[in-house]
Design a protein around this ligand. Structure first.
Ligand code: UPG
Length: 449
């Protein structure tokens, strides 16, 4: 820790401008606390006792269907919306901000979010501001997209989250040598940094000064996270300082965090906290039925009060344990529509959904309640590959299940129905021609149809 402290002072001393230096110093002190906590936790090696983890009690998770709408829109003027937008789309092979990816009708995640808020503000005649937390990785992409909204019905504020130095595994010393050292030597310390960054950027005080009391936080890739007046009303009625929207877990959600009861208090449990011998338990749908959508509702005055204790959380939802009356709301799946992979992207781009004021709505002509299950193989993992392999997004309104493996390419105006499985083995290639209709088909081998 001593060596780290010296290195940090040296880093801070590479900054000349006094104001910048002060802000950077504060950031590095926060990093240093996190680092020393890491050292002490590593020494103890446990933070949660697995045997004390229980499923949440009934009153810790409220069912969405029991909530009632407020009589008017007055609450909305006390609300602000924040998107955590510091992450990159690395899992989809992107080098920039994931929210800058075009998802539908030439609009990016950010454009759709702006549309959603704009629609809320105009139809309800309110002034809900949009706050975007960016990181040094996503700041430029974000500004480029939002600049066109400068004169619209939505006020957009951005602030940058912290930038911490990466450390060498062996020596535990920082990688960067100077404050302006290359990007690759730094990292954004997770969305839990939102509290610290909101506070230090001055945005928390600015919101409070404007009379905003509640903050709705969600992931920037979750297009289902629209403002819900019933949830806001419930928050006010129950004096809950923190609400987490959870939803029923399916096999596809095994990685998400879950709410648990720990010695009578409600807490978030993330896979990273689970000892490896219990990883399978954690993933099971039976014991942990719900997972965190990361749609969080936070009382801003309470946040200000407890800033000192929550500044070091790495996951935003983990802060729930510090607030009074914090609990979960079990919401419909439609409030969690993320794009974590190119399979998710195919679904959202397809005719299964259409857009209404930036919101995705299920196509009425689909006969089933559920959306198709899509599994695209490794050849579709990266966004560039995905774009190259689909000349046009197929029509899938009557599809139940699609599995694609290997070197497969789709032409224009392809229609997929029922269960379709396409397998190109190693060294083979399958091209689905323009206008092709596949219904309950299994294609494999080396096909040039
Ligand atoms: N993000 C930041 N800053 C960071 C890291 C991430 O703003 O330093 C943003 C990112 O842009 C995205 C969001 O945080 O919008 C979520 O990040 P992601 O990596 O997609 O999610 P996880 O951190 O793996 O999981 C979160 C919750 C988990 C929940 C899941 C739902 O921690 O409990 O189940 O979101 O998708």
């Amino acid at each position: 820790a001593k060596a780290m402290r010296n290195d940090i002072s040296r880093l801070v001393n590479t900054v000349e401008d006094l104001a910048t230096k002060k802000a950077f110093d504060t950031e590095m002190q926060s990093f240093f606390y996190l680092f020393t906590r890491y050292l002490s936790e590593r020494a103890k090696s446990v933070d949660l006792d697995w045997d004390r983890i229980k499923s949440p009690a009934e009153d810790q998770i409220v069912l969405y269907d029991t909530l009632v709408a407020p009589k008017d829109q007055a609450n909305l003027n006390r609300l602000a919306v924040l998107k955590v937008n510091g992450g990159l789309g690395t899992s989809m092979g992107m080098t920039g901000a994931k929210s800058a990816l075009e998802v539908k009708d030439d609009m990016t995640f950010l454009d759709l979010t702006v549309r959603q808020i704009e629609h809320l503000n105009t139809t309800r005649n309110v002034d809900v501001p949009l706050i975007l937390m960016t990181s040094f990785n996503t700041h430029e992409d974000t500004l480029r997209i939002i600049k066109k909204y400068a004169n619209q019905q939505v006020r957009i504020t951005t602030f940058n989250q912290s930038r911490y130095p990466r450390i060498y595994k062996e020596t535990l010393l920082p990688c960067p040598k100077r404050a302006d050292d290359d990007k690759k030597h730094w990292y954004p310390p997770g969305h839990g940094d939102v509290y610290n960054a909101l506070f230090h950027s001055g945005v928390l005080d600015q919101l409070l000064a404007e009379g905003k009391e509640y903050l709705f936080v969600s992931n920037s890739d979750n297009l289902g996270a629209v403002v819900d007046e019933k949830i806001l009303q419930h928050m006010i009625e129950t004096n809950a300082e923190f609400l987490m929207e959870v939803t029923d877990k399916t096999k596809a959600d095994i990685k998400g965090g879950t709410l648990i009861d720990y010695e009578g208090s409600v807490r978030l449990l993330e896979i990273a906290q689970v000892p490896s011998e219990h990883a399978e338990d954690f993933k099971s749908i039976r014991k942990f039925k719900i997972f965190n959508t990361n749609n969080l509702w936070i009382n801003l005055k309470a946040l200000k009060r407890i800033m000192a204790v929550i500044q070091l959380e790495t996951a935003a939802g983990a802060a729930i344990k510090h607030f009074k009356n914090g609990h979960g709301i079990n919401v419909p799946r439609s409030r969690f529509l993320p794009v974590k992979s190119c399979s998710d992207l195919l679904l959202i781009k397809s005719d299964i959904y259409s857009l209404q004021h930036g919101q995705l709505v299920l196509n009425e002509s689909r006969m089933f309640e559920t959306t198709p299950v899509i599994k695209l193989g490794d050849h579709f993992k990266k966004i560039q590959q995905f774009q190259k392999r689909f000349k046009k997004i197929p029509r899938i309104i009557e599809l139940d299940h699609l599995t694609v493996t290997g070197d497969v390419n789709f032409g224009r105006n392809v229609t997929l129905r029922g269960t379709v499985i396409i397998v190109a083995n190693e060294g083979q290639r399958i091209d689905i021609p323009d206008g092709c209709i596949l219904e309950n088909r299994l294609l494999s081998g080396n096909l040039n149809m």
